[in-house]
Design a protein around this ligand. Structure first.
Ligand code: FAD
Length: 465
């Protein structure tokens, strides 16, 4: 019986264990998680009729392995789209909330008519956007930052007021450092193929309008009862996996016969024929120091952003009328630590008792100060001040939930693609050693699931099963 050890019990590690159990039921699988709780960044708290998300609240349905795994786990009926009654998203800019213009494809405005008199773009900004179709494509050499690409093609205002705040909601990142090739490679491909981003996106829209949509789900899906439902269901299925929680892995060494020894914070070391490591890059770097110092070094170069989310329960009777929508994002040029605010109970059904509103403030930007240096009281004050200034909320929240996420969001900075190539090349020297997780090819939950599943397949290939 082959012994496989999976390090890290976030969604990547859990998906790897599930797939491995499925493909090789005779393997001896152990999953080791440092925390007492499984799920990693996926954390839902339920109390008194509130469903509060600590970090992810939904995922993209067009990336197949998110809904795919939910379907396999019998959770298809639990998938929910955003509440269509409140479908607006706003941008806080110039001291007010402005609805996102219609005709955005992803983050990019493609409907110039919808931007006529729109407060987020000045006449000069609109004119600059309109020029995009005539700008020559940059030669096909090398990578650039997201900020450089979008500014070069669409102008600074489109970048600062539309693309940057939407992108920050995904990466909590700094567009002036993020690699275009690692985050949105399709944008560059459109430029190269069509000579213009706008022409490329419009061609894609025309093509899509003639096709029958093959995705039966809304673009973003959550789970009734919160994202924690996915973790609970997944863990319940891991009947052939030994799960150790509350035990950190402190190191990994080569052992005889091409095996590995996994050292734990406490208790005897474990032996493995194959290893899957799914921890954040800075932990993986530490674990790899003995096995392959160069691989460790490549991981050290992946920076992480820290953030916090604070959810508040307000009695509806205490609140002034808010704009009708899911929430708002805030561009970095507004110079605040607050990234976004979500009206969670308007965005998703059944998140709060009928006479309450659940509101979430997302804090922390990569490249600015570390908000986690603040005390809980200071973070709460910062979040409440945002709600007061922007929405006129002066009521005392009836309940609050604070979640701190130190070094939680990997930043795919310039050079990330080359780093991944070097990591892949080094990994080929260690075929019974697989790496997966948010640090590599996508931070979203479907990407992490896919990465975990591919790692499980890598183990099967190695064993020749
Ligand atoms: P993790 O969840 O980090 O799991 C790694 C696990 O390894 C952890 O459980 C950790 O405790 C464990 N570990 C660490 N060190 C050790 C050790 N020494 N020994 C053993 N175990 C160890 N994605 C979306 O798709 N949609 C969203 O809406 C969304 N929102 C987000 C909001 C926030 C605030 C954050 C932080 C992330 C969000 N994401 C979202 C991203 C997504 O949640 C993560 O990228 C994903 O959950 C990461 O999963 P993972 O398994 O790769 O890593």
């Amino acid at each position: 019986m082959k012994q496989v050890i999976i390090i890290g019990g976030g969604i990547t590690g859990l998906a790897a264990a599930y797939r491995l159990q499925h493909l090789a039921p005779a393997s001896d699988i152990t999953l080791i998680e440092r925390d007492e709780r499984l799920g990693g960044k996926i954390l839902t708290e339920q109390s008194e009729g509130f469903v509060v998300e600590g970090a992810p609240d939904s995922f993209l349905s067009r990336k197949p392995r998110g809904v795919g795994l939910c379907e396999e786990l019998g959770l298809a009926a639990q998938l929910q789209g955003r509440d269509p009654r409140h479908s607006k998203t706003f941008v806080r800019r110039y001291g007010a909330l402005h609805p996102l213009p219609s005709g955005l494809t992803g983050m990019i405005p493609t409907n110039l008519a919808a931007l006529e008199h729109h407060p987020l773009l000045s006449p000069a900004g609109r004119a600059r956007l309109a020029q995009e179709v005539d700008l020559p494509a940059a030669p096909a050499n090398g990578d650039e930052t997201l900020a450089s690409f979008v500014t070069r093609r669409l102008g600074r205002e489109v970048y600062e007021n539309l693309v940057e705040p939407l992108m920050s909601g995904i990466y909590a990142g700094d567009g002036a450092q993020l690699s275009l090739a690692a985050t949105f490679p399709q944008l560059r491909q459109l430029e190269l193929k069509h000579g213009s981003l706008l022409k490329g996106l419009q061609a894609g829209q025309r093509e899509a309008s003639g096709q029958v949509a093959d995705n039966q789900y809304p673009p973003f899906v959550a789970l009734r009862g919160g994202m924690g439902t996915l973790v609970t269901r997944l863990v319940a299925q891991l009947r052939q996996t030994k799960i150790l929680t509350g035990v950190g892995v402190v190191g990994v060494n080569h052992a005889a016969d091409n095996r590995y020894t996994v050292h734990l914070e406490q208790g005897p070391a474990l032996q493995a024929d194959a290893l899957i490591i799914t921890t954040p890059a800075f932990v993986t770097a530490h674990l790899l120091t003995d096995i392959d110092p160069r691989l460790a070094e490549l991981h050290t170069a992946i920076p992480y952003a820290s953030s916090a989310t604070i959810s508040f329960a307000f009695a509806l009777a205490d609140l002034p009328e808010a704009p009708d929508g899911y929430g708002y994002v805030i561009p970095g040029v507004e110079d605040t630590d607050v990234l976004a605010c979500t009206w969670s109970s308007s965005k998703w059904a059944d998140r709060a008792p009928a006479d309450y509103a659940l509101v979430r403030v997302y804090l922390g930007r990569f490249g600015r100060r570390n908000v986690l240096a603040d005390s809980d009281d200071d973070l709460v004050a910062l979040a409440l001040n945002e709600l007061k200034t922007t929405l006129g909320y002066t009521a005392t929240p009836r309940q609050q939930w604070i979640f701190r996420w130190p070094r939680s969001m990997p930043q795919y900075t310039l050079g990330h693609v080359e780093r991944l190539q070097q990591i892949e090349a080094k990994l080929s020297e260690h075929p019974n050693f697989l790496l997966a997780g948010a640090a590599y090819r996508g931070v979203g939950i479907p990407d992490c699931i896919q990465g975990g599943e591919e790692a499980a397949r890598g183990v099967i290939n190695y064993f020749g099963m």
